[in-house]
Design a protein around this ligand. Structure first.
Ligand SMILES: Cc1ncc(COP(=O)(O)O)c(C=O)c1O
Length: 394
């Protein structure tokens, strides 16, 4: 009898079916539906010959376990990648591939709307290691060809960009970068593989802060990095060399989270879009930065390439400064004031865009990022109404 669980869920069309059955074959482990959580450093070998030849599936904890294999296989199935490594945070998922592919004397192009700690890593460690860094406008598209130098080894993309959510023309950028032999990396955390599959659009290396939607409960830090066939050996070797492996409990929690990510994400996305549209008509709001709104400058690209929206976007208050922003934030009761996103609870963060170098824009008022959780929309709207009123009174 054919069974749903069989190690390759790609034969199922429905994404929720694939999320439910990817990564682990229960019949390979006594029929248990979930994989074991293997805590491991030492792995024993049956004899000396097997040991010196490393001729068995598992050899040491840092090189993988049945638990890490289950999650990596699930991500490979979702992303269409040749291999995935797991690292202890989303930030490590950014820094490890950059370290893996860049050497002294190389040049890297990084999108200006990048997650700030990625910029900090580039401006400190990469520069110290002799890598030249150039930031480019998120709207550059095929124009990236003009910035390519003979030593440009990596083009780093993040789409939509952090805080202002510009969607990049990934196919055009990938084509131009690859014509010059550069490796294209993408931080795909916002969309997850459910709403955008970077490798299908020419990207070589896909990065996820699995801390966000895959984990989904604000209690786990984890990163995943997936590679196409040509670049998998370099990525895998860097993982082994650096020793940045993830904890088995965290890996297990993320695989557990993946099973429900489709239904959670649909709820996050629907509520976020409803609130984004509603905010557009509220007094005290100048602009809503959400790529699925026709008013967003990169809406057409989102519509062309993405299959859905997740739950994070920004709102620009209609004038004012820090005291209005703080009044808005302090009036919120359902939204927590906290970093990160992708969890079940709503969060608000004041945004600073001071780090931007080539895509600076004056938004005319404070920018506040909202992560829409799984609460009821009416309660979130009531909270935001109180925030807008407080900003007006400040
Ligand atoms: C786009 C993006 N990439 C990477 C990260 C880093 O993830 P982590 O918090 O797991 O280090 C974040 C965190 O906010 C992020 O927003």
């Amino acid at each position: 009898m054919a069974r749903a669980n069989g190690g390759d869920s790609n034969r199922f069309k429905g994404i929720n079916t694939r999320l439910a059955h990817s990564g682990h074959d229960p019949h390979a482990y006594f029929g248990f539906v979930n994989p074991p959580v293997v805590h491991a450093s030492t792995v024993l070998f049956p004899d000396a010959k097997t040991m010196v030849n490393r001729a068995q599936r598992y050899t040491y904890g840092t090189h993988g376990t049945p638990t890490t294999d289950a999650l990596a296989a699930a991500i490979d199935e979702l992303e269409g990648s040749a291999g995935t490594i797991l690292v202890p945070s989303g930030l490590a998922a950014v820094t490890v591939p950059l370290l893996a592919f860049l050497s002294a004397g190389d040049h890297v192009l990084i999108v200006d709307s990048v997650y700030f700690p990625t910029r900090r890593f580039a401006n400190t460690m990469l520069k110290r290691l002799g890598v030249a860094v150039t930031y480019y406008d998120p709207l550059i598209g095929a124009g990236i060809a003009d910035l390519m130098q003979p030593n440009t080894r990596v083009v780093f993309t993040e789409s939509p960009g952090s805080n202002t959510f510009e969607v990049q023309d990934i196919p055009a950028i990938s084509q131009a970068a690859k014509a010059k032999g550069a490796v294209v990396m993408m931080d795909n955390t916002w969309a997850t593989p459910l709403y955008f599959r970077p490798l299908d659009h020419g990207v070589d290396i896909v990065i996820h802060a699995a801390t966000k939607y895959p984990a989904g409960h604000s209690d786990v830090l984890l990163g995943t990095i997936s590679a196409c066939k040509d670049h998998w050996p370099v990525l895998q070797s860097a993982h082994d060399t650096l020793g940045v492996c993830a904890s088995p409990d965290d890996v297990y929690q993320v695989l557990r989270g993946l099973r429900t990510m489709g239904v959670r994400l649909e709820h996050h996305g629907r509520s976020a879009l409803e609130i984004a549209r509603w905010l557009q008509s509220q007094a005290g709001v100048a602009e809503v930065l959400h790529p699925a709104l026709p008013s967003h400058p990169t809406h057409a690209l989102w519509k062309r390439d993405f299959g859905g929206t997740s739950g994070i976007f920004s709102v620009v208050l209609d004038g004012g400064g820090e005291s209005q922003a703080h009044a808005f934030l302090d009036a919120l009761e359902v939204f927590g004031l906290g970093y990160s996103w992708g969890g079940y609870e709503s969060l608000a963060v004041p945004v600073s865009l001071q780090d931007r170098t080539v895509s600076r824009r004056d938004y005319g008022g404070p920018v506040i990022r909202l992560q829409i959780g799984l609460e009821d929309v009416a309660d979130l709207q009531e909270d935001l109404t109180a925030g807008l009123q407080a900003a007006k009174n400040a």
